[in-house]
Each structure stands twice: as structure tokens, then as C-alpha cells.
Design a protein around this ligand. Structure first.
Ligand code: ADP
Ligand code: MG
Length: 721
């Protein structure tokens, strides 16, 4: 038999013709390796099939049995398919002596099973054994079923049965390709796989983590040893599973580690941190920083002072006070004679940062400009000139900063107020610098979305992470309640009471349709309702994404100054808006928002000393997942807890909405399940590249070649050198 390599096309595997190969390709199975990665979704222990006579009610059992009779019963409620099976080859005539052992199997609504089975067919059945209703022996409801041999069929499996006598893999069928078909195809694939298939994980790493070999793992994940505990197999914790999961995560981390290293291999700027700079940093502080803020500033300052470019992620829940830390970092750069760019995801946020920066920094004499897409051409040109000449020290803007060519005189630090905006890093290269001899600017990415650690390790594996895990003092917890919109009247009475007590409120509408435009109508309508009918005595404002930037800005300013009592808004207020006097947030259609969005929204209130209230208003029936989201919001305010819950409810793939968000899709790994393996893989990847003598140069280069040919594209690690 000719040997195949992992990258051989599947159609060269005996039994897989061009038609099947095409169907497989449609499911992403193109090569032998892809086929071997088509893992069983569960296993059946058919090594010691039970005798029917020994079955007990309540147990999960695998049974190899022969069809005696089958019939489709049409009851009044629904069709039921009923089949009686007995021991294979039991020829005891029914009329004599002991009755033959048999058990009944029932399937509801299973018209499709009619005529599928014939007396004498041999089946594998898997399900829960129960006492039959009318007291006649035992039955299995809706067992998993597989035909092993049709009546009268030659035993097609003469050499060694792939169906019985062992732990058997169960695959998800693809079209006509059944689990049984896959068993054969994968088995043949394993048999023709070149035995020289190379090990890609260095020996020292394998030894330390008790990992079995690569080829052995491929075999055993499909055909486990007879003594492999079933529990471990089903939980993807057999030695074979662990090896394959580790391999995938190890190469991901190796790629990230390389990226990290290559980013840091560039020449950075060594900012000086003398007393003058320290003094300048302290001078601007309007309050005592929390110890968390002090701690992360130290981490940032240390990076900035070092010879390598900083690549740091600053994580902190909404309201944790990231802005002031960012400003302090900016001062370090400015005091060293460099310029700073601060990029925000929306115009509202950019102008808010701008106002904030002017308040905090301008009185210390720093020169700040705002550059957004909606500026007039003339003004824009003037601002650009300002930046190019080096007059502007802190440049605050939106994506206009990187989308349009902005030339800096001496860019030293880029702060990205991020909102899952990946790709910013790549595009930073577009930011032109006059003098290419200057070191690479430092980069600080800020995120208000607490990211579960496993995801942070994966998504931001190439960044160092600082966390502000403490809120500024003087916040009182937010009271969160969910109510049906049938009680909207009471809710708005409450809003009125809060306003009369001197506070302000938000009323938020979800982006119900895909586009902001579509969700506009209900928001505008509600605004009209509120000011004409429901709260005519209050001053109601409206804010939505379709408004011109100036108008938005004007509304925000009026709200900030307290000239608007209730701000009706679509989700444009989500991030960064800071009006401490606002103590009430009513979220309409709360059931439609994602958890992290709800959390971000709620972060707009509870910013002052007064008690705040978040009212999650729902319309109609709420789904199970919707209920869990709302309950989570009511239960906790901890961003990390909410993020973990979000991850669990949505699954890692969707956590960030889209693939473009940078989440790799895994073959075997699952970030929820495999957190510990991920941590281990990360450590080992770092160690592998650290130049230890325990890893030969040969092993490292083999791993790197493997990374380049196999994982790079898969994970989007395009830049790996
Ligand atoms: P984030 O950007 O992390 O969501 P902000 O930087 O907007 O949070 O800070 C939220 C609010 O808390 C702001 O009004 C800010 O002035 C205030 N604040 C930040 N740090 C402190 C502190 N150490 N003491 C008191 N107030 C603080
Ligand atoms: Mg530096």
C-alpha cells in the first residue's frame, strides 16, 4: 500500500473517490490531516457489549443486538416506531422452554425509520434502559442506533471488527457519509499514513507535559486503548486529546510569542523619567489616584523608559479611571519632547476626550488638538499643519488619524482607546514620520471590556497586560432591576422623581435592526412620546448616530451642563460618556442587548456619589439565554464576572461578534474547556524560544517551519517573521 503524507489529498485514501472528496472538501476536509482531525464527537464502549438478560433499569448501555420485529404504530398523539431486538444469533425457538431475551426500543415521531430495518439486521444501540410502561420487561427510549450488518450480508469486516469488541468512535455524519463510513475512512487513512510523520513539539516540552507522540495521538483519538477511561474520552481529556489540544495551543502561542518578539526587536524610544517629568505627572492630577492606577502607571512608565517599544494593553472596567492614566503616559512623552496621538472609536468619544484633556492638561500648558473626519477641510488642513510642525503635542482624533495620512513631527506614543478595533496596530505603520531614525512609538491600547484571561492570552497574546482592578472611591453600587414594559408608567414616574430630586436620566434604545438608521424610528418616536405625553414637564433630549457631529456634540454638552433632564439615545452613548449627575438608566428592549453591551451602558451611571438605578425593561417573552443575561446583570456589577458569563453564554467564537475581531477558529481546542492547557502551552512556547540548551536548534527550527506551513494562515499570524 502506498504511503500518504498528512498533506496528501483525501481522495487518495482508498474508498474516498472524487465525489466523496468533493463533499468532504465542502466541510473543510481536503487533506489526510484534515480527515484525521475530524474527531469523534463521542465514543461507545462496545468492548463488552451487555447481554440483554443482564440489563438493569436506569443504566446507560451499549447493546449489540439483532432485529426481531419492527413496526410503525400510529397512535392518536403521534407515530411511534417500535422495534424489538434480541441477542445476535440466538436461535431459541420462541415457543419452547425459556423465552428468548429481548428488549423493546421506541422512537417518537420517527416515521422515517419505517422500512429501514429487517429481521436479522445487526445493530449497535446506545441509550438509557428503563422499565417498560405496561410492565413488560425493559425498554430503551430513542436509542442512538447504527446498523452494523444487514440481514444476509456477508460479514464485511473480516480482519478486525471496527464496530464491536472495542471502544468505538462515533462521528457526525456528513450527507451520505455515515459514522460507520467515517470509521472506515479514517481507519484507512491512519493505516496509510507515513509512519515517519514527524514530531513537531520539542522532546523536552513533550516530556515535561507528559504528551504522547503525534502519530500515536492521531491513532488513539480515533481508536482508544481498551483501558482508556470512557469519562476521559468523552470529556476530551484522554492522553490523545490532550496532546492534540496542546499542540494546537502551543503553536498558536509560539506564533504570538514570535510576534511579540519581532515587535520588540525594533528600536524604541527611551523616555526619560526624571524629577521634572514626575513633577509634571503629579501636577495635573485632580484627585488622588487609586493604588491600581498608581500600579499600572508604574508598569507603563517602566516600558516607556525602556529601550524596546511598549506594546501594552490597559484593561479596566468602565469607570475605573483609565483616562487619567493615559494622560499621565502622554505627559511622559510630551515632557520628553515627543508628540502623542490618542485615538477614540467614535467622534463623540474623541470630543469628550478632547474636552477632558483640555480641562486637565491645558492649564498645565500642553497644546492639544482635535482631528476628526467631520472637521471642515480648511480647519483640517490647519490642524494637520500644526501636527506636522510639531506644535500640537497631544492629538486626539478618530480613525481619521490613521485613515488619512497625518504626518507627525515626532510621534512618541500612540494611545488607542479601543473598542475591539483590531487592525489598528497594522495600520499604525501608515502614520508617517518625518524622521525614520526616531524609534518606534510606544503603543498603549485601552479597553473597557473586561476580557476573560483565556481570551486575553489568545487575542492579545502579543501584548503585555495591565489591569486596573479597583474603582475610584465614593461610588455607590448601582441598583439594577428588570421589569416588563407593562410597567413603563411606574418606571417613568420614578424617572420623574429622580429628576425632581436634581438628577438626570438616560433612556436607551437598542439597535434593533442591523443599521443605526432602522433603530432610529422607535428612538425618535419615544422621544416624541416622552416630551409630549409621558414627561411633558421635563426637558427631553435626543441623541443618535445619524446626527451631525456638531449637533451630537451640542446635545452632549447640554446634557453635561444639566440643561437636559432625560437623554433619549440609541447606543451611541455606550462608551466613555461621563456625566456623574446622571443616576438613572432605563434600557428599553433590554432582552435584545448582549451582556457586555448592557454592562457598558450601565457603566454610564453610578459615577457620582448618589445612588444610581438601572432599569432593564423587557418586551414580551424573554428567551432562556436572554433571562440568564438579565439575571447576571441584576446579580453582579463585576465586569470580569460578566465577561466570563458572556463568554459562556455565547461561546468563544461569538464573544467578539465576528471572526475579523481576531478570534482564531480552533480545530480541537476550546477556550472554555482548555484554559489550563492554554496556560501551559503559553509557558512552553515562551520557554521554547528562550534559548534553553534543552531544546536543540534543530527542534526549534522544525517547530518554526511547522508553524509557518500549518498554523500561520490559520491563525492570521501573518506577520510572524
Ligand atoms: P474609564 O475611562 O476607565 O471608563 P474614566 O477615566 O472616565 O473611566 O473615569 C471615570 C470617572 O472617575 C471620571 O469622572 C474620573 O474623573 C473619575 N476618576 C478617575 N480616577 C479617579 C480617582 N482616583 N479618584 C476619584 N475620581 C476618579
Ligand atoms: Mg520605550
Amino acid at each position: 500500500m502506498a504511503m500518504l503524507e498528512l498533506d496528501s489529498q483525501v481522495q487518495y485514501v482508498k474508498g474516498i473517490g472524487p465525489a466523496r472528496a468533493e463533499a468532504l472538501a465542502g466541510k473543510g476536509i481536503a487533506t489526510l490531516e484534515d480527515l484525521l482531525y475530524y474527531l469523534p464527537f463521542r465514543y461507545e464502549d462496545r468492548s463488552n457489549p451487555r447481554r440483554i438478560a443482564d440489563l438493569r433499569p436506569g443504566e446507560m448501555a451499549t447493546l449489540i443486538a439483532e432485529v426481531r420485529t419492527s413496526i410503525l404504530l400510529r397512535t392518536r398523539k403521534m407515530p411511534i416506531f417500535e422495534m424489538t431486538v434480541g441477542e445476535v444469533g440466538d436461535k431459541t425457538p420462541p415457543a419452547f422452554g425459556k423465552p428468548r431475551a429481548s428488549i423493546k426500543c421506541l422512537w417518537f415521531n420517527a416515521t422515517y425509520l419505517k422500512d429501514r430495518f429487517h429481521p436479522g439486521d445487526v445493530l449497535a444501540l446506545y441509550g438509557k434502559v428503563e422499565e417498560a410502561k405496561r410492565g413488560h420487561g425493559l425498554q430503551i427510549m430513542q436509542p442512538q442506533i447504527e446498523v452494523l450488518q444487514e440481514a444476509g450480508e456477508e460479514n464485511n469486516d473480516p480482519k478486525e471488527s471496527l464496530e464491536t469488541g472495542k471502544i468505538v468512535p462515533i462521528y457526525e455524519a456528513i450527507g451520505k457519509m455515515t459514522s460507520r463510513w467515517f470509521r472506515r475512512a479514517v481507519r484507512t487513512g491512519l493505516e496509510v499514513l507515513n509512519p515517519e510523520v514527524s514530531e513537531v513539539i520539542p522532546t523536552a516540552v513533550r516530556d515535561r507535559n507528559f504528551l504522547i507522540g503525534r502519530k500515536e495521538a492521531f491513532w488513539k483519538v480515533h481508536w482508544p486503548d481498551p483501558d482508556e477511561p470512557m469519562g476521559k474520552l468523552q470529556a476530551w481529556r484522554s492522553s490523545a486529546h490532550i496532546r492534540l489540544i496542546f499542540e494546537e495551543l502551543y503553536f498558536l502561542q509560539l506564533g504570538l510569542e514570535l510576534k511579540r518578539r519581532s515587535m520588540r526587536a525594533q528600536k524604541g524610544i527611551e523616555f526619560k523619567l526624571d524629577d521634572k517629568v514626575r513633577e509634571a505627572i503629579k501636577r495635573i492630577l485632580p484627585f488622588h489616584p487609586t493604588s491600581a492606577q498608581k500600579h499600572v502607571l508604574r508598569e507603563i512608565a517602566q516600558d516607556m523608559g525602556g529601550p524596546l517599544p511598549m506594546r501594552r494593553l490597559l484593561q479596566g472596567d468602565v469607570g475605573s479611571g483609565k483616562t487619567i492614566v493615559a494622560f499621565q503616559a502622554a505627559i511622559i512623552a510630551i515632557e520628553n519632547g515627543y508628540q502623542v496621538a490618542l485615538m477614540a472609536p467614535t467622534e463623540i468619544l474623541a470630543s469628550q476626550h478632547y474636552l477632558n484633556a483640555r480641562q486637565v492638561l491645558e492649564k498645565a500648558g500642553y497644546r492639544i488638538v482635535l482631528l476628526t473626519g467631520s472637521l471642515e477641510q480648511d480647519r483640517k488642513r490647519a490642524v494637520r499643519r500644526h501636527i506636522a510642525r510639531g506644535d500640537a503635542q497631544l492629538v486626539i482624533g478618530t480613525h481619521a488619524l490613521i485613515q488619512e495620512t497625518v504626518e507627525f513631527d515626532k510621534l512618541g506614543l500612540v494611545i488607542v482607546d479601543e473598542q475591539h478595533r483590531f487592525g489598528v496596530m497594522q495600520r499604525l505603520k501608515l502614520m508617517k514620520k518625518k524622521d525614520s531614525d526616531l524609534g518606534e512609538p510606544d503603543v498603549l491600547v485601552m479597553t473597557a471590556t473586561p476580557i476573560p484571561r483565556t481570551l486575553a492570552l489568545t487575542l492579545y497574546g502579543e501584548l503585555d497586560v495591565s489591569v486596573i482592578d479597583e474603582l475610584p472611591p465614593g461610588r455607590s453600587p448601582i441598583v439594577t432591576r428588570r421589569v416588563s414594559d407593562e410597567r413603563a408608567g411606574e418606571v417613568f414616574d420614578f424617572v420623574r422623581k429622580q429628576v425632581k430630586a436634581g438628577h438626570q436620566a438616560y433612556v436607551v434604545y437598542p439597535v434593533i435592526e442591523e443599521s443605526e438608521e432602522m433603530s432610529l424610528k422607535p428612538a425618535v418616536k419615544m422621544w416624541d412620546e416622552l416630551r409630549k405625553r409621558i414627561l411633558p414637564d421635563l426637558r427631553i433630549g435626543l441623541l443618535h448616530g445619524r446626527m451631525a457631529a456638531d449637533d451630537k456634540e451640542a446635545v452632549m454638552q447640554r446634557f453635561k451642563r444639566g440643561e437636559i433632564d432625560v437623554l433619549v439615545s440609541t447606543t451611541v452613548i455606550e462608551v466613555g460618556v461621563d456625566v456623574p449627575n446622571a443616576t438613572v438608566m432605563v434600557i428599553e428592549h433590554a432582552e435584545r442587548f448582549g451582556l457586555s453591551q448592557l454592562h457598558q451602558l450601565r457603566g454610564r451611571i453610578g459615577r457620582g456619589a448618589a445612588k444610581s438605578y438601572c432599569i432593564l425593561m423587557t418586551t414580551g417573552e424573554v428567551s432562556e439565554v436572554g433571562n440568564q443575561r438579565l439575571e447576571t446583570m441584576v446579580r453582579t456589577q463585576d465586569g470580569f464576572e460578566i465577561a466570563e458569563m458572556d463568554l459562556q453564554l455565547r461561546g468563544p467564537g461569538e464573544f467578539f461578534g465576528t471572526k475579523q475581531a481576531g478570534m482564531p477558529s480552533f480545530r480541537v481546542a476550546n477556550l472554555l474547556r482548555d484554559r489550563e492547557i492554554l496556560e501551559a502551552a503559553k509557558k512552553e512556547a515562551q520557554w521554547t524560544l528562550s534559548g534553553s540548551k534543552e531544546v536543540s536548534a534543530n527542534e526549534v527550527s522544525r517547530a518554526l517551519v511547522h508553524l509557518r506551513t500549518n498554523w500561520q494562515r490559520r491563525y492570521g499570524l501573518v506577520e510572524v517573521g
